[in-house]
Design a protein around this ligand. Structure first.
Ligand code: AMZ
Length: 275
């Protein structure tokens, strides 16, 4: 039997791309599917990973974001998570050329965050063909703008809730606020953001395992689909997250583990598509 949360999750997941006939992501019933979403973080046009978001602890994994994106797409990814790190640190979009090229080269949907701080920028990136935009800093610093964006672009705005010791961080994670992910998510829930992307900063880029407890607590407290992020290291982390699909965790973002090979994307996708 489908429970309401599962069907909500399901309709969210099958929206893009149209499921192929015979695919395990077809309109069959009772499938529990979690999206495994590969991440590309851009700095100076290159694919990089930071440790716990610190700009000075950066590893360059590739100078060819399009090749990287095509690789994840070929491995079966159904979404790409893209972060304009220069944008997040500076407060306005950078890396436009790389983002444009990725959008042109890939046919899977792309979500983008980093430096999206005005309605005009949001509109410009949607016009570029990006499928979902992630708002971080403005959610805390200008919640009215975040609410307007959710209302004006239904289904297109995700909230990036990035927590350091339980409190949300903004401005490239260089500033910590006094608010928790839970209270901010509940305050914006009436404006129907498409998803909450919850990152435990202390785990991001250090492969310590996902913060299952905090991710579950957030998903249980709201009706908005939740995507977990930060800490994935091996297939065991994916396995540990799968039960959270029942409470509305619809996906997990992974970066460093894919780049260094400790997680195989195709294998993780296969595991997450089992019914
Ligand atoms: O790694 C970091 N220091 C970092 C990062 N990955 N800082 C911000 N971000 C990401 C957030 C979200 O996707 O996870 O940038 C986006 C938020 O950007 P902004 O400009 O809206 O705060």
């Amino acid at each position: 039997m489908l429970n309401p949360r599962t069907s909500r999750t399901f309709s969210f997941q099958v929206k893009y791309p149209a499921p192929e006939i015979g695919s395990p992501v077809g309109f069959g019933l009772n499938l529990l599917i979690m999206l495994i979403i590969p991440a590309i973080d851009l700095r100076g046009g290159q694919c990089v990973r930071l440790r716990q978001g610190r700009a000075e602890e950066m590893t360059v994994f590739s100078d060819d974001p399009v090749a990287t994106g095509l690789k994840w797409q070929a491995a079966g990814a159904r979404w790409l998570h893209l972060v304009d790190l220069d944008g997040a640190f500076s407060g306005s979009p950078k890396n436009l050329e790389a983002i444009r090229k990725l959008r042109q080269a890939l046919n899977i949907p792309i979500e983008l965050g980093g430096g999206l701080r005005t309605l005009d920028t949001i509109k410009a990136y949607l016009d570029l063909g990006l499928d979902r935009l992630i708002l971080g800093t403005v959610v805390l610093k200008d919640p009215d703008l975040a609410k307007r964006a959710c209302a004006e672009f239904p289904g297109k705005i995700a909230l990036g809730l990035d927590a350091k010791d339980g409190l949300l961080a903004v401005e490239g994670w260089t500033e910590t606020s006094r608010k928790t992910a839970l209270e901010v998510a509940q305050a914006l829930e009436p404006f129907k953001p498409a998803a909450l992307i919850y990152t435990d900063i202390s785990r991001d880029g250090v492969k310590r395992g996902v913060n299952i407890g905090a991710t579950r607590a957030l998903a249980e407290a709201v009706e908005i689909p939740v995507i977990a992020s930060g800490g994935v290291s091996t297939i065991a982390d994916i396995e540990a997250l799968l039960p959270l699909e029942a409470v509305g965790v619809v996906g997990v973002i992974t970066g460093r583990a894919l780049y260094d090979g400790s997680l195989d994307l195709a294998e993780a996708i296969k595991l997450a598509q089992k019914d």
